[in-house]
Design a protein. Structure first.
Length: 560
């Protein structure tokens, strides 16, 4: 039994990823190095203007947490009988704790003085940011506007990452160290993320890591793409974006134009963010809707130049259409297909509830995401009759709830509960056997070509698949009094499941060696899959990790 548990832990596909939470700790003392009890400490995020307040305990210590923090804060201190103080704390590398120790001076009565000084902003730890380790931040401006929000395109903008594209040239994955795309991992706020994109205007922070130092992050041999929803903000934000592509702005050759490679694209996106209750509850919503359209070229409506680029002569296509009409083989599926469409939409939203004066630092977060895509038809029909096509539809969504609280400024608990699901399926236009005919064409320039032309029903694109993931993550952090150590105990329980129907050629496929054989109905071969290829499986994954971040000095942190 112990051996099985050990194997399960060692073979977990994706171990815990560190949840992004800024922890500000420190001690407030007087000029005699004596702790000041019940002093008021207020941390204000620089970009969001969100305030969180805490009181010091008997030893003068305090703890303030910022979920989804930005790493840059103004910290103010006030206590009766002492002069107030304010300075800035800022993350400069991979600090697990932002230390804000303060010494307050007793107030004394002075004669009235008039003083003048140049206006400036006090800074603390304001050195040039140094992102240590192998984690690199990703800027959306590093990719083309039409690919902003696409996780694969954003990851490929990092030096050393190799993009993987599909048949249309769009991003389909990325490779690190020569490994396949399925060796990568994608997380949202530390939990599994099943989508491949987010709205380009989404308020998220993204990064890519290959060999993290944190023991709780693992389960991948390629790279881990991390998405983190931004924390709440007291500032109201409204943004909109519109991307347009027109065929007249695209350069291509005559053959590509004849095959409808030029396309039109319109994509609308936006962001709405701000406070629900000032300093307490916040919302962050983004969306994106788009349609890509190009002329659909098939054996019915492609000119002679386009057919030659495909590898078939126009007279051979005309003969195939005549034979299909004589043998009642459908040319179309009851509708006219003039354009190939790719419609898509995505939503991303987060809601934060952070009581500014909570004695336990309690915070709640709800993050939602959804995406939808439909291709009509799913493939290029340049060597097929229009009725041989199929549509392809995919959708996915997820919900994630997070809770954070600490006990006596020493023990911090971060808990995440999430669920993700997706479905992808194809819909052939006709429920008929598949047919193909081998055509030998001779062109006027003396060249020749042999090409298979398809008709009947599509026996390949009718497959479907669905996935479902549910997980619970928790991380307990213990802080030493001197803020030198942060021990982290991370645990995870996850269930992954999938259902697949990869049955192809269910109605059979007829193969003909020539148009003459097709006219005479003399097939050279017939194949059919009799056994359905249906699979379903599920697994439970449990993982544990224990690590420590030891802050040896302000410039040295050791993780083990």
């Amino acid at each position: 039994m112990l051996a099985l548990v050990a194997i399960a832990l060692a073979s977990a596909p994706r171990a815990l990823a560190a949840q992004q939470l800024d922890v500000i700790r420190g001690q407030v003392t007087n000029s005699d190095q004596q702790p000041i009890e019940n002093a008021s400490v207020t941390a204000t995020s620089v970009s969001g203007g969100v305030n969180r307040t805490a009181r010091t305990d008997r030893t003068g210590h305090f703890t303030i947490t910022f979920p989804g923090g930005e790493g840059d804060y103004f910290v103010s201190f006030a206590s009766i009988g002492y002069a107030p103080r304010r300075f800035e704390v800022k993350r400069t590398a991979d600090q697990d704790i932002l230390v804000a120790d303060a010494q307050l001076q007793r107030m004394t009565m002075l004669d009235t003085l008039r003083a003048t000084a140049t206006r400036g902003r006090a800074t603390r730890d304001a050195n040039t940011p140094d992102l240590s380790g192998t984690e690199q931040s990703i800027q959306s401006e590093g990719v083309a506007s039409g690919q902003q929000g696409d996780i694969n395109a954003m990851a490929s903008s990092i030096p050393g990452v190799t993009p993987i594209t599909n048949a249309d040239g769009d991003p389909a994955g990325f490779s690190v160290l020569g490994l396949s795309a399925d060796q990568n991992s994608t997380t949202l706020n530390g939990a599994s993320f099943g989508a491949s994109s987010v709205p380009r205007d989404a308020a998220v922070v993204s990064s890519l890591v290959t060999t993290p130092y944190d023991v709780s992050r693992g389960g991948f041999s390629g790279a881990q793409f991390n998405l983190r929803s931004s924390g709440g903000s007291n500032y109201i934000r409204r943004t909109n974006s519109l991307n347009l592509d027109a065929p007249t702005l695209q350069w291509t050759d005559r053959a590509a134009r004849a095959l409808g490679q030029q396309y039109s694209n319109v994509s609308l996106g936006g962001l709405l963010a701000g406070p629900i209750v000032f300093d307490k509850a916040f919302y962050n919503l983004s969306y994106q809707l788009g349609r890509r359209s190009n002329d659909l070229r098939s054996l019915v409506n492609t000119d002679a130049g386009g057919l030659q680029a495909t590898g078939v002569a126009a007279d051979s296509v005309a003969k195939l259409i005549a034979i299909a009409a004589a043998q009642r083989i459908p040319l179309t599926a009851g509708r006219t297909l003039d354009h190939r469409l790719n419609d898509q939409g995505s939503l991303f939203g987060s809601f934060d509830f952070s009581p500014p004066r909570s004695s336990t630092g309690t915070t709640f977060n709800l993050t939602l995401n959804g995406n939808w895509n439909r291709q009509t038809p799913a493939s290029n029909l340049s060597a097929e009759l229009p009725a041989h096509g199929a549509d392809r539809t995919s959708w996915g969504g997820g919900a994630q709830g997070r809770h954070t609280s600490y006990v006596k400024n020493v023990l911090l608990s971060e808990t995440t509960v999430g669920v993700n699901g997706s479905r992808n399926y194809g819909t052939p236009y006709l429920t008929l056997p598949n047919g193909s005919v081998l055509v030998n064409s001779l062109f006027a320039d003396g060249t020749s070509s042999v090409r298979n032309l398809a008709f009947g029903g599509n026996g390949v694109l009718g497959t479907s698949s669905s996935t479902l993931t549910a997980e619970v993550l928790n991380q307990l952090s213990w802080f030493s009094r001197n803020n030198k150590h942060r021990l982290k105990l991370a645990s995870e329980l996850r269930r992954d499941s999938y259902d697949q129907d990869q049955t192809t050629n269910a109605y059979g496929s007829f193969g003909y060696n020539s148009l003459a054989d097709l006219a005479a109905n003399r097939p050279a071969s017939f194949t059919r899959t009799l056994q359905p290829r249906v699979q379903s499986a599920s697994q439970f994954v449990a993982a544990l990790s224990l690590g420590d971040s030891y802050r040896r000095s302000n410039d040295l942190q050791i993780q083990y």
